[in-house]
Design a protein around this ligand. Structure first.
Ligand SMILES: Nc1ncnc2c1ncn2[C@@H]1O[C@H](COP(=O)(O)OP(=O)(O)OP(=O)(O)O)[C@@H](O)[C@H]1O
Length: 335
């Protein structure tokens, strides 16, 4: 096993709304990410992926609140740091986050090099301009961006270039963990894959140490991340290698998620277009039993009352269901 870059144990976070209601958006998430590895996190809209990304940085501001659990980045526990400590000692260097639609958030009045200078100077106020240029050019090369882009404004760039520029800015301090939330959803599928592969190249070249990608599209992660976790209603319901998860999902929700997605590349998998009926539960009052039970065609009476623990298998896979694979097959065949 390689060095652990990120270890998360039983992390729970919630939003507190202005009506003082709690939304339990991340409820007991654990994960381990090794140096040189990537994890993809997939799930439907509203299942807590973005909240998990925000929570992993340990940077909590109302309405998001930390409840319990630990986040350890390269041996350092960041879960109990103040936002100010996190800003100074974690963001950019330990963990860097590319939020959804980040490419549209670039201030149009600034040149690209200015963004890069700002990020570097927040961390190292004395770094001279020529060194900043060198660092920027190095990243740009891996990301296939001409150095002229450094002198341009965001509005002058195409969508793909803007996306790659955002990645260059976010990784300029060589973070140990890069978290990218739907890093490329505004692009076509081929460009999306390209963007994700470029991030991988950054990791291979040592500019970042590990990565987490968040996406709706589980198959997009195949061939791109090492492992995939499927998230549902604030919990991880399944974890396996990308290949296992795409070709042999175990949890009924992952099976449904695979079936509800059109696969971009022919031959990746036979897919029938069947959306999962129903909607995720309200996270203000999550169900006592399995959170997916209301939508699950395999559900048994016990599923709705009994809390469902993670089931760890000998081969390292995990899924959260009281039925084993034989029992699921049995239900499939005999109802
Ligand atoms: N600021 C907020 N205040 C209260 N509840 C929130 C807030 N932001 C998100 N939520 C709720 O938290 C839950 C998880 O939302 P989150 O955005 O993390 O899901 P997601 O899987 O990232 O969805 P998407 O793929 O659409 O971004 C949802 O029930 C959502 O309504």
């Amino acid at each position: 096993m390689g060095k652990i870059m990120l270890e998360v144990n039983n992390l729970k976070t919630k939003y507190v709304t202005r009506f003082n209601e709690s939304v339990y958006a991340v409820d007991g998430v654990s994960l381990k990410l090794e140096e040189g590895k990537s994890i993809g996190i997939a799930g439907e809209s509203g299942c807590g992926k973005s909240t998990l990304a925000l929570s992993l940085m340990g940077y909590y501001f109302a309405p998001l609140h930390y409840m319990e659990g630990s986040i350890i980045v390269d041996g350092k526990n960041i879960s109990e740091m103040t936002p100010d400590q996190v800003r100074k000692t974690v963001l950019g260097t330990e963990i860097s986050y590319i939020p959804q639609a980040a490419m549209n958030a670039l201030n149009p009045t600034q040149k690209i090099i200015n963004f890069i200078e700002d990020v570097i100077h927040a961390h190292d106020p004395k770094m001279p301009k020529n060194m900043i240029y060198d660092l920027a050019r190095e990243r740009f090369e891996v990301l296939n961006l001409p150095k002229e882009v450094l002198q341009k404004h965001a509005v002058e760039l195409s969508g793909g270039m803007k996306q790659r520029t955002v990645i260059a800015i976010s990784t300029i301090l060589s973070p140990k963990v890069l978290i990218a939330d739907e890093p490329s959803s505004a692009l076509d599928v081929t460009s999306q894959k390209m963007v994700i592969k470029m991030m991988r190249d950054l990791m291979v070249k040592g500019f970042i140490k590990s990565m987490i990608f968040i996406t709706h599209e589980l198959p997009l992660l195949y061939n791109v991340t090492d492992d995939i976790m499927v998230m549902y209603a604030g919990q991880i319901v399944e974890k396996g290698t990308a290949k296992e998860m795409v070709f042999d999902p175990l949890h009924p929700y992952s099976k449904g998620l695979m079936g509800s997605i059109i696969v971009p590349e022919a031959g990746t998998r036979d897919v029938k277009l069947t959306a999962i009926p129903g909607t995720p539960p309200n996270l203000k009052k999550p169900p006592a039993g399995c959170r997916f039970a209301e939508r699950c065609k395999y559900a048994q009476p016990a599923c709705k009352v009994q809390s469902i623990e993670e089931m760890h298998m000998d081969d390292g896979r995990m899924y959260r269901c009281i039925l084993n694979q034989n029992q699921l097959k049995e239900v499939e065949n005999h109802g």
